[in-house]
Structures are given as C-alpha cells and as structure tokens.
Design a protein around this ligand. Structure first.
Ligand SMILES: C[S@@+](CC[C@H](N)C(=O)[O-])C[C@H]1O[C@@H](n2cnc3c(N)ncnc32)[C@H](O)[C@@H]1O
Length: 270
C-alpha cells in the first residue's frame, strides 16, 4: 500500500485469505508459507501497513474465521481471530468489542457426510461446529475528533433501528448472491450488507475507505454507493472484470493499476 501516505485512511474493511481453510491452501503454498505461524506472518505485513495508513482514531474491521484441521491424527482448532487480535495489539491499536457473524448458509460437513464433526451421538468425542465468523474491530489510538455539528458527520448518522441492530454482537446476514459463475464463492466474498453496515457505522461521508484484500470488490462497491472515497488492492488480475461490472456506470471513475484499484480523487496521484 506504498501509494497511500501515512495517516491518510479513515476506515479499513477487509477479509483476508486466512490460514488452514481448504480453499486457501494453494494460495499459501504458493507463497511458500506452510505452517500456521508462517501464514500469519504473511498477513502481519498487511496489518503493519494498516497501522501506518490509518488516521488517529481510524478504524480497522477484519472479517476472519477460525479453522480446524486434523494433523497427525489429532483434531485441532486454529484460532485465527486470536492471532489477529494479538498482532493488532502489538502494533498499538485498541481492540474494541467484536461482531460474531452467524452464517446460515454454512453447512459444516465432515468427509462429505454429516453436518457434525466427531463421534455422532456418543459423548465425549464430538466437536462443536464452527458456524460463526468474527468481525474484529480495532481503533488506531484515541477517538476521532470532529468540529461541533460537522455537517458530513450529521448527514452520515444512522437511525435508532439501525443502531440497535448493527451494534449488537451477533449478526445474521445471509450469504452472497452468486452472479459470476460461482466466483464469489471461490473467493469467499462477503455479502454486501457486511461492508455496508461497517462503513455506515465507522466512517462519514467523504472518508477514505481501504480494502487491502479486495477479491470481487464488495467493499469498494459499498463505499462507492455510500459516498465514501475508496482504494483497494488485489493480487490477482482476474478480478478486474467483476469489479468493473459491479461498479456499474461509475467504473469510469476507477483506475486499475497493477495491483490496486482506486477512485480518481485529488489527494492521490494515480
Ligand atoms: C477472502 S478474499 C476477499 C473477498 C472479498 N471480501 C469479496 O467480498 O470479494 C481475499 C483476497 O485477497 C487476495 N490477496 C491475497 N494476498 C494479497 C496481497 N498480498 N495483496 C492483495 N490481495 C491479496 C486474494 O487473491 C483474495 O482475492
């Protein structure tokens, strides 16, 4: 994210490829990071950049799930979310209460058979199913400050109903609409409602929103619709088509660079 200057971003909303999840095995093998630790070291490079680019009081929201693996015959939980929290704490960000996103579409299966892992109905050797993902929330230092009655802030306010729903800990948001031959599933895209809520909750009109792991561009689409400025990064060029399509008639406002997708706006020379 070298093209972004220090302390220039108000909100980061992202979902990284995460360790020990089958669909990402090839990706991490390619990066020659085989172990859980090495995989988190790869992600940590991005978290360090997130700290650098955030303004004082800026927020980072990271959607990540835990994972399970049987290694050498032993079934084991890999708590990705706690690794990410540790890293952000080490970098000096403040950990805020997080959201648990309950995904009704997640059908846990074991060896393609049942919905539950372990020994069926016999105690004590069955395992709890992972059917939640985390949306971790961090703040860069103290609260953001605003001029009294800042018009953009007031125009960005949410309703009581929205506040009651969004600021509760469990979210039930249904899965992503598959519109591009299953590409959204392959990239583990989140439903647009997730970045839409986070952007409304943690940024105001005109703020700069960044997604370092863009995939199909869901965060950019939501940021654009909500009148925020946006920048995103994606290592695979294959996604530029779907991103362009999702941004619709506004896609001419976007510039595709080698790895980043950015709106043309004055603060960045692109
Ligand atoms: C979980 S997906 C993001 C899905 C996205 N939230 C969506 O709704 O489509 C993670 C993405 O990060 C990309 N990625 C992994 N490492 C990257 C890196 N170093 N820089 C940019 N993108 C990267 C992967 O190619 C993948 O598309």
């Amino acid at each position: 994210m070298q093209d972004l200057s220090d302390s220039s971003v108000h909100l980061v909303v992202t979902s990284p490829p995460y360790p020990m999840v089958g669909i990402w095995d090839d990706f991490f093998r390619e990066e020659s990071a085989e172990s859980y630790d090495a995989m988190h070291s790869y992600l940590n490079q991005t978290w360090k950049e997130v700290k650098r680019i955030l303004v004082a009081g800026g927020i980072a929201c990271v959607n990540i799930g835990d994972a399970t693996r049987t290694k050498e015959g032993v079934f084991h939980l890999y708590p990705n979310h706690s690794r990410v929290i540790e890293t952000f704490e080490r970098l000096g960000l403040v950990t805020l209460p997080y959201v648990l996103w309950k995904k009704p579409t997640t059908k846990p299966r074991y060896k393609g058979k049942g919905a539950f892992l372990g020994s069926g109905f016999l105690p004590p050797n069955a395992y709890v199913t992972l059917d939640m993902e985390y949306i971790l929330i961090f703040r860069n230092g103290c609260l953001r400050t605003f001029e009294p009655k800042d018009p953009k802030r007031y125009r960005s306010k949410f309703t009581k109903k929205e506040r009651d729903e969004w600021f509760s800990q469990v979210w039930t948001v249904t899965g992503t609409r598959q519109t591009h031959g299953g590409l959204e599933r392959r990239v583990a895209a989140f439903p647009e409602e997730i970045p839409r809520r986070l952007i409304r909750m943690f940024s105001i009109e005109g703020d700069l929103v960044v997604d370092p792991f863009l995939g199909s561009g869901t965060t950019l689409k939501a940021a654009m619709d909500l009148g925020r400025r946006f920048v995103g990064y994606e290592r695979l060029g294959d996604f530029s088509g779907i991103i362009r399509e999702r941004m619709g008639h506004d896609s001419e406002r976007i510039v595709f660079q080698k790895q980043s997708v950015t709106e043309q706006f004055s603060e960045l020379s692109v």
